[in-house]
Design a binder for this molecule. Structure first.
Ligand code: NAP
Length: 545
């Protein structure tokens, strides 16, 4: 083991570290900072050429966060949250990247980040009780801890459509957008997908392009973001009372303050329900989640919200057929709720066409566009540029790209082939000293990711301190604790309405992927309470040796 505080060294051609961290997004950066504060040697390996994770890769037009920036930001440093100035209620991607670069500089993180380097394998050596990792540059690293900060939505999904390579024009994926500006002026653009990314990109692309054709398989619920420049008085007020906002955030189900109404719709009069719906619509964004305590478990309440949003869509979209096509039929928030700026109104433009690929599926990509249907029913749609807004192999996709092997050479990918198995979303039995920040089985994507990340980073930091203080070399999740946690994660999900559609929460967007509800939907506060209980009992459910 490298003594805490020692500098990374190379022996037997392997760089010796206390911890290898994969990914330089919000999670990896804070983990690096935390471990360095604790006197450990740690290094981040990052496939991209810069930090930022999600905000490094998702540079598509209109990309911006949909949780308010005053909350979607680190809270571990009072100085940082006081000094940083957000310009808009929901920061655009470029500003988020500026913030992340500021964090890197402020905490002098760059010297321990290796960019343009993918971790290819991480194998647990049972003799030395260390992780032996290799990178895409052929380096070898030996580390006591291996920490996956690989993100929940980072493995872009490009569907396997026949003829996909035959299109002769430029092809882009929202999740792997080029760094240089893409100019759609005078171009006919085709976009496949209508999830959060597309819903942000479509209004902007439509303004530039000669014509935009949107290929929609499933319509999504979207509420207005009501983005705006931040009022300096509002910012001053929050900064004077930041601790109380952060505390309210942590007490909230989603890990951010939605000014939630604690009542179920069943406890409210029709007038109160109507007022709450209107209030939430005016508040905008994901505050919509805070309207009714029972919307995820009570179909009648959920229908009330769904009908309300469908009515709004019908009011916004002039062509009734297009409005009907844009109206989601699923349970409200079964797929992740989207927040938009002028999305539905975009379909009133003359240069935008919505095409239903649910009824007539895409048959193939052609040299000049795409073909839908077959035989006499076939339709060809031509365009100059093709955009895939087709999402991600969520939660497990980026972990599965790394050859991770634990005790007995067991592969994590194989262990998780019937769905991910973790204890608290942090560790998987048989993989000692391997941590997944916001891993499957943790609240992650149902929360303010930054808040969840901070909780995990601090928890992992505490585990390592505990191990060092008590002279433990390894920590490993117990099989029975893991089984109980996986069952609990499933039970909680089964009690909601969220199992009823083909969402990426279930892996249902990836053909062949096991349909298992991956994130923990029990809420941020109960999850934190469970983690704290586990710690208070000497890390109950883990074996320390
Ligand atoms: P997504 O929500 O998974 O949407 C992907 C879209 O592509 C869906 O409309 C999907 O249709 C369609 N699609 C996928 N495969 C297809 C195929 N083979 N043929 C036709 N259509 C296909 O992905 P996303 O929009 O990138 O968003 C993913 C998540 O990232 C969001 O849910 C959110 O959590 C996060 N995100 C957040 C923000 C933000 O903070 N503002 C912005 C963007 C993304 P089906 O629904 O029919 O599968």
């Amino acid at each position: 083991m490298t003594a805490p505080g020692s500098t990374p060294s190379s022996s037997n051609n392997a760089t010796q570290l206390d911890a290898v961290i994969v990914g330089a997004g919000f999670a990896g950066l804070y983990m690096l900072h935390k471990l360095r504060e604790q006197g450990l040697t740690a290094k981040i390996f990052e496939a991209g050429s810069g930090p930022g994770g999600t905000w490094f890769w998702n540079r598509y037009p209109g990309a911006r966060v949909d949780i308010e920036s005053m909350q979607y930001s680190y809270q571990f440093s009072e100085e940082l949250q006081q000094e940083w100035q957000w310009s808009e209620r929901y920061a655009p991607q470029a500003e988020l990247l500026d913030y992340i670069n500021h964090v890197v500089e402020r905490f002098d993180l760059a010297k321990d980040i290796q960019f343009n380097t993918r971790l290819e394998s991480a194998i647990f050596d049972e003799g030395s009780k260390r992780w032996q990792a290799t990178t895409s540059n052929g380096e070898h690293i030996s580390a006591r801890y291996c920490i996956m900060a690989t993100g929940c939505l980072s493995a872009a999904n490009t569907p396997n459509i026949a003829g996909i390579d035959s299109f002769t024009g430029p092809v882009y994926h929202t999740g792997e957008w080029p760094h240089e500006a893409v100019d759609f002026s005078g171009k006919r653009v085709g976009i496949i997908g209508t999830g959060s990314s597309a819903i942000q990109a479509i209004p902007i692309i439509a303004e530039q392009a000669e014509h935009l054709t949107v290929f929609q398989r499933t319509p999504n619920f979207s509420v207005p973001a009501h983005n705006k420049a931040l009022d300096p008085d509002y910012v001053t007020d929050i900064k004077q009372n930041y601790a109380s906002l952060r505390e309210r955030g942590k007490q909230g189900f989603t890990g951010f303050d939605t000014q939630s109404n604690e009542k179920a719709a069943t406890e409210m009069s029709p007038e109160e329900i109507k007022a709450e719906l209107n209030k939430r619509w005016e508040m905008g964004g994901l505050n919509f989640y805070g309207g009714f305590a029972d919307f995820m478990i009570n179909k009648e309440t959920n229908d009330l919200i769904a009908d309300f949003v469908r009515e709004k869509i019908a009011q916004k979209v002039k062509n009734p057929k297009t409005a009907a096509l844009l109206s989601p039929k699923t349970v409200f928030a079964c797929k992740r709720l989207c927040a938009d700026t002028g999305y539905f109104e975009t379909y009133n433009r003359d240069n935008v066409t919505l095409v239903d690929i649910a009824t007539t599926p895409i048959d193939s990509i052609t040299e000049t566009g795409l073909r839908m249907g077959q035989g006499d029913q076939a339709q060809q749609h031509d365009f100059d540029v093709l955009v895939f807004a087709t999402g991600f192999d969520a939660m497990t996709g980026s972990l599965n790209k790394i050859d991770i092997r634990g005790i007995g050479g067991q592969s994590l990918k194989e262990k998780w082939s019937a769905g991910p198995r973790t204890y608290l979303g942090l560790c998987s039995a048989g993989f000692p000293n391997l941590f997944t920040i916001s891993g499957p089985g943790s609240p992650s994507v149902f929360t303010n990711m930054v808040t969840s990340i901070e909780q995990h980073v601090e928890y992992i930091g505490d585990i390592i301190t505990y191990m060092d203080n008590n002279h433990f070399t390894t920590i490993s999740a117990n099989n029975d604790a893991e089984d109980q946690w996986v069952n609990h994660v499933n039970e909680v999900a089964n009690a909601t309405l969220l199992n009823s559609c083909s969402s990426w929460y279930l892996g249902a967007n990836i053909p062949g992927k096991e349909r298992v509800f991956m994130p923990y939907i029990g809420g941020f506060p109960p999850y934190v309470e469970k983690c704290n209980e586990v710690a208070a009992k000497g890390y109950e459910g883990f074996t320390l040796s």
